[in-house]
Design a protein around this ligand. Structure first.
Ligand code: 6PG
Length: 490
């Protein structure tokens, strides 16, 4: 095909055609999205490498290898491992290798205008890429809800949408749950109609090393809030092995090892592994008032551990002290991560997470990369409402909406994304119903939640936009001589 100087989009022979979506302009270039097997595959063209198109690592993963982005005509140098990667970083490295010899500003002439059949041949794809005019950037609207019921309903909608996509793509859905105040919010999921529960596989991002009937058990909380009422096969609920957590002397390390072994024994159509890490479809995360996620606490050495998937901790600052947890690389390898923040007490930390992202002082929650959604329950006139201010604890770019909520002016890098009020505030009593203080035990919180009023039907806009891989920043980094392997920047 002679695509000299450009990255060529190739479809494997048996894959379904890509459906081009309208192109958008975004930070660093023009972005084109394709719909493929129900997933968006964004490609972008950057000013740094005119004529070249790139896709994010996460999009590559989500395409499940069905779409290949490669550079025609240039073999990767053998001694550069990264240049052999099939994803955007590899493609970029290959282009960097070749850029002295080629004219990167020249798009392949045979696809510039008259290529046949826009979506079924590489030339056609190029043609549609080149001819689609840029559109306005999409709005992304993660939301703050004045009532926990509304936040729970939005979370339910988001989760079941993610499940539908995963099931359509590979026949199963893997979701990993946190504990804490998130647990009560899970109740909303059971009222969604038409869920293919038999395709769900449920895990825990962290678990306290206690028996299942212990009020501190995250498994027990999720069981009471959701699992006991939905027909997920028991064999697809991956709780900690409680036989390893019976006494105060129990070793969390053994429980972690057992959990990891069980995950590694799952077939790849249930839990795919990429770059040595499991790719969960969705993580439902909380964050603590200190910014911890899972059982990864600020300043704790576990944050830096990269090899094992599941880690143990015996000195958790949040009781109980013995726990097992996903490692940070496992968290970041997941396809989607959703933060749920309950109550105004989390607003200050939410602001800190937004502001410290990408900085040395980032708290664990700010180290989570990739695709995010955030649902928060709080008072738009209270703690979360203050996020609009530029003062201490405030976040630039977020302003109050007419209805008393807060909404972002534009999705800026490092934002917790746009935040919008979902309606008028509910009573204090109702606010407390699904959103506990976090200090009460999981089971107590669920009991309280059961007494809440039924949820309201509501409009909900899912978060779809990727935090894109910033290729220009990565190039600047490499030029500055620093380690450029910021592969999870997407
Ligand atoms: O076992 C746990 O403690 C949880 O799994 C933990 O990961 C939780 O998500 C955060 O601690 C936030 O908890 P709160 O929402 O209760 O603050």
């Amino acid at each position: 095909m002679g695509h000299v100087g450009c990255i060529q989009v190739v479809q494997f022979p048996r894959s379904r055609p890509l459906t081009p979506l309208p192109a958008v302009t975004s930070k660093g270039g023009i972005r084109q999205r394709f719909l493929h097997r129900s997933v968006d595959i964004p490609l972008r063209q950057t000013s740094a490498l005119p004529g070249a198109w790139h896709c994010t690592r996460q999009a590559w993963r989500r395409s499940r290898g069905d779409v290949k982005v490669s550079m025609g005509g240039y073999a990767p140098p053998e001694d550069d491992e990264d240049a052999n990667r099939p994803d955007a970083l590899g493609a970029w490295k290959r282009v960097r290798e070749a850029r002295d010899d080629i004219d990167l500003s020249t798009a392949p002439s045979e696809v510039s205008s008259s290529a046949p059949n826009a979506s079924s041949t590489p030339a056609g794809i190029w043609s549609s890429l080149l001819s689609t005019p840029p559109a306005a950037p999409p709005q992304t609207v993660p939301q703050v809800f004045p009532s926990s019921e509304e936040a729970a309903a939005a979370l339910a909608n988001f989760t079941t949408t993610a499940a539908d996509k995963a099931i359509a793509s590979r026949g199963s859905f893997t979701v990993a749950l946190a504990g804490g105040s998130l647990v009560k919010m899970l109740q909303g999921i059971k009222s969604v109609a038409g869920v293919e529960w038999d395709k769900w596989h449920v895990f825990w991002v962290d678990e306290r090393c206690v028996p299942h009937n212990d009020p501190e058990s995250n498994y027990a909380g999720a069981e009471a809030a959701l699992l006991k009422d939905v027909p997920i096969p028991k064999s697809q609920i991956y709780a900690i092995d409680e036989s390893l957590c019976q006494t105060a002397d129990s070793s969390a390390a053994e429980a972690a090892k057992e959990y990891e072994t069980r995950l590694k024994g799952l077939p790849s159509d249930v839990l795919p592994i990429e770059d040595g890490l499991p790719v969960f479809d969705l993580l439902l995360l909380g964050f603590g008032p200190d910014g911890h996620i899972c059982s990864l606490f600020p300043g704790h050495p576990l944050l830096k551990v990269e090899g094992p998937w599941i880690l143990s901790i015996e000195d958790s600052p949040k009781p109980p002290p013995k726990r097992i947890t996903f490692s940070l690389p496992v968290v970041n390898a997941a396809d989607q991560k959703c933060f749920v923040a309950c109550g105004d007490g989390k607003a200050e930390m939410a602001a800190q997470i937004l502001q410290s992202r990408d900085s040395e002082s980032a708290v664990p929650a700010a180290l989570v990369t990739g695709n995010h959604a955030q649902w928060a329950q709080g008072n738009p006139e209270g703690g979360f409402g203050r996020l609009h201010s530029k003062g201490p604890g405030g976040v630039d770019g977020i302003e109050k909406s007419k209805r008393g909520g807060v909404t972002a002016k534009e999705p800026g890098q490092g934002d917790i994304e746009n935040i919008e009020s979902a309606g008028e505030g509910d009573s204090e009593e109702e606010q407390a119903s699904l959103c506990g203080s976090g200090s009460e035990t999981n089971l107590e919180g669920v009991e309280k939640g059961k007494q809440s009023a039924g949820r309201k039907a509501q409009k909900f806009q899912p978060f779809t936009e990727n935090r894109s891989w910033d290729m220009e920043a990565e190039m600047r980094l490499e030029d500055s001589g620093k380690d450029a392997k910021i592969l999870s920047w997407e």
